[in-house]
Design a protein around this ligand. Structure first.
Ligand code: G3I
Length: 302
């Protein structure tokens, strides 16, 4: 196949990109997104600060722009994200525990409910762990305690029973203290019937990233009975070093039956969040990079 999406589809997977509404007026951006990818994640448009800037006042417009274009192309859409300490609306952090709990429940019910039946997956909870494998001391953790993640997943299942419900995090690119903390949580959730379907590995990497246990880490999660996805892939660097890391990640996903898809965190180096870096598959002029060819070759069986 001659595009990333079509090549991934040969093995039943998707290849997505994070998309920002700010660039939807640029033809080359939209064309590269829709021609090459069969999946999409709104880069910022479904985050709490955007979607519920004031309590119980919802702003679905920006997310809707991306969802409607993605649906019209038959893309798999990943919702990102329901519960996260980042890009959180200011009013949330001032609430006492009981108000915070009901605000979180209401946010999930309204937001996941709004797109019910339209999304492939939700990042229900994002970045809740520290590097040492303990819980991050977010406002949710501090006021609601360990149970908030489980509460969020249960609320998301009620709001959209058909979306795959994922936990998503970064620096989980191998067997390490952080990924093991998450692994233990997922194992506990599965054993107690807490609804979790998938784990997202953001994979913000560089050419020098050590990926020696990347695949075995994906596999140990899959063995718990969840799907795994690469959710925010980008690789700092250039040329063959960068291409090699992209190749290894794509190979690892293909080697794990329950790795259902890969999403890169942007389309073009022109608009990466890693400013000054060139971490994506298309250069600033939408030219295909060496990394692009490496990924396409692996998806095609090379
Ligand atoms: O929209 C405002 C604009 O009105 C304002 O003038 C401008 C001035 O700074 O800021 C704009 O908001 C920015 C927003 O992106 C939209 O462009 C924020 O400052 C900026 O902080 C924000 O960055 C986003 C970042 O998350 C925030 O944490 C990046 O675009 C986004 O790529 C990044 O994505 C995260 C994932 O959600 C979770 N995992 C890590 C990943 C990378 O940090």
């Amino acid at each position: 196949a001659s595009t990333l999406g079509a090549a991934a589809a040969q093995s039943g997977r998707y290849f997505g990109a994070a998309i920002s509404t700010s660039h939807l007026g640029e033809a080359a951006y939209v064309n590269t997104w829709t021609a090459e990818h069969n999946g999409v994640t709104p880069e910022n448009e479904m985050k709490w600060a955007t979607v519920e800037p004031n309590r119980n006042q919802f702003n679905f417009g920006p997310g809707e722009q991306i969802v409607s274009q993605g649906r019209s192309k038959g893309m798999k859409i990943r919702g990102h994200t329901l519960v996260w300490h980042g890009q959180l609306a200011g009013w949330v952090s001032g609430l006492d525990a009981s108000n915070l709990r009901s605000a979180m429940q209401n946010h999930i019910a309204q937001v996941a409910g709004h797109w019910k039946g339209q999304l492939y997956a939700w990042d229900v909870v994002n970045e809740a762990f520290e590097e040492n494998g303990t819980r991050r001391q977010s406002v949710f953790q501090q006021k609601l305690g360990d149970g908030y993640i489980e509460e969020a997943f249960r609320a998301a299942r009620t709001a959209d029973p058909n979306a795959k419900l994922c936990y998503n995090d970064y620096n989980t690119d191998g067997v390490n203290a952080k990924s093991t903390g998450i692994y233990n949580m997922v194992r506990d959730f599965k054993s107690r019937g807490v609804p979790i379907d998938c784990v997202g590995f953001q994979s913000h990497l560089s050419s020098s990233s050590n990926l020696s246990s990347y695949q075995s880490n994906l596999q140990r999660f899959a063995d718990l009975g969840v799907d795994v996805q690469i959710t925010e892939l980008d690789v700092g660097g250039s040329g063959s070093g960068q291409a090699n890391v992209y190749r290894q990640v794509t190979q690892a996903c293909k080697a794990v039956a329950r790795c259902t898809g890969i999403t890169v965190w942007g389309v073009t180096d022109k608009y990466s969040w890693r400013s000054g870096d060139t971490p994506l598959l298309f250069d600033g002029n939408y030219g295909k990079k060496q990394a692009y060819t490496a990924v396409l070759d692996v998806l095609n069986g090379g």
